[in-house]
Design a protein around this ligand. Structure first.
Ligand SMILES: *Cc1c(COP(=O)(O)O)cnc(C)c1O
Length: 377
């Protein structure tokens, strides 16, 4: 028999069975009182998850769509945008802003490190930026940036918004949107929201709405003013991702049952267990100073290409983990632990990783890393 498929990458992530069946129901029409009720309920749930009183806009797109929406609605061509570039997703913010002819200033952070808030403070003192863009969790390197500290800095500028990509952070770590003053917080369905790809969400602060209202820059599909108008009538400007929103309603119910604190704690323990497992068998973490809670990047020993480990897991255990990208391809592997995961999933992925490393010549006492996970069960 074919082995059970185990998806352990930092997105897409597994979907709970009862959420899958929810989404398998016959499609319903979105311009109906029944679906308006669904939108209303989901909106309330999203506000709870985001810890915000602001509107949370739903877009029928992958997460990148919400990144683009955040930038094009707040910034005009020619305006300055400050981007924290600490990996592939930071780089993407820069590419979007450049595509819309904004003046992009990149803070290039060494991969595997978090940005230092003082650099942002210095930059903001030199000229007027319309937006500061940063990942809460940079999935490509598995680093967490200090959003609380950054938000304290950006909050002092009323013509500058803070755009935070929380796609692998919302529902994983504490990101209190209103308390910290995050102007636009972006999320995508296929990570901690435990859904298929195709639905993005985005909260918008009062400060951001003021800029959006005065922005006559180009945009059509991602028009937040139109989305807000529709949302206040419990609908969306265009056809929404109906099935995914049905799934999201169930996910939000489940999340409320678990509670934010428990959710953050579950993720923190999984992340810690994988880090300790790696160290226990002599492996180095790629981002030891600011490790993400949603994903862990582990360096393979110099003699072992990490692609071999990724491939061994795929071929021998029908399991997906992720390789590094660009200059760290072949040097690290990444294990996702966000969303529908528990500690027994950590045991199985790490058992497979240990066996693959052992078979590829890394010598250590088999089971030593797994023991670190069992201890924390
Ligand atoms: C997955 C991800 C995205 C969005 O990518 P899409 O492919 O558009 O869904 C953006 N930022 C981060 C940090 C991510 O992990």
């Amino acid at each position: 028999m074919k082995m059970k498929y185990r998806l352990m990458a930092p997105g897409p992530t597994p979907i709970p069975e009862h959420v899958l069946t929810e989404m398998a129901n016959p499609i319903r029409h979105h311009r109906t009182p029944g679906f308006e009720e669904v939108i209303k309920e989901v909106e309330e749930g999203l506000k709870w998850l985001y810890q915000t009183k602001n509107d949370v806009i739903m877009l029928a797109s992958s997460g990148t769509g919400a990144m683009e929406a955040a930038i094009v609605n707040t910034c005009k061509p020619g305006e300055s945008v400050l981007v924290v570039n600490a990996g592939k997703f930071g780089e993407r913010f820069g590419k979007i802003a450049k595509a819309y002819k904004m003046s992009v200033d990149m803070i290039d952070v060494e991969w595997g490190k978090a940005v230092s808030p003082s650099i942002i403070k210095e930059k903001l003192a030199t000229r007027e930026y319309r937006a500061v863009c940063v990942q809460a969790s940079e999935t490509s390197t598995a680093v967490e940036h200090p959003i609380k500290e950054i938000s304290e800095i950006v909050r002092k500028y009323d013509q500058t918004v803070l755009i935070v990509d929380g796609i692998t952070a919302l529902g994983v770590i504490n990101l209190p949107t209103d308390e910290w003053g995050i102007d636009l917080l972006i999320c995508g369905s296929q990570k901690a929201l435990m859904l298929p790809p195709g639905l993005a969400t985005l909260s918008v602060s009062e400060k951001a709405w003021k800029l959006i209202e005065n922005n006559d820059g180009p945009r059509f599909y991602f028009n937040l003013k139109a989305e807000r108008k529709s949302l206040h009538q419990n609908t969306t400007a265009w056809t929404p991702s109906v099935s995914l929103i049905m799934g999201l309603r169930q996910v939000l119910k489940d999340m409320r049952e678990e509670g934010l604190e428990n959710m953050f704690k579950r993720h923190a323990v999984m992340a810690e267990s994988i880090r300790e497992a790696a160290k226990a068998i002599g492996l180095k973490l790629y981002a030891p100073d600011a490790p993400a809670t949603s994903v862990t990047s582990v360096c393979t020993p110099d003699a072992i290409d990490s692609g071999k480990i990724v491939k061994a897991l795929r071929n021998e255990y029908n399991m997906t983990i992720a390789n590094g990208q660009d200059q760290i391809k072949g040097k690290i592997f990444r294990i996702g632990h966000l969303g529908y995961y528990d500690m027994l999933d950590m045991v199985s992925v790490w058992a497979a990783v240990e066996k693959a490393l052992f078979d590829n010549g890394h010598k250590f006492e088999l089971g030593k890393g797994v023991a670190e996970i069992i201890k924390r069960l």
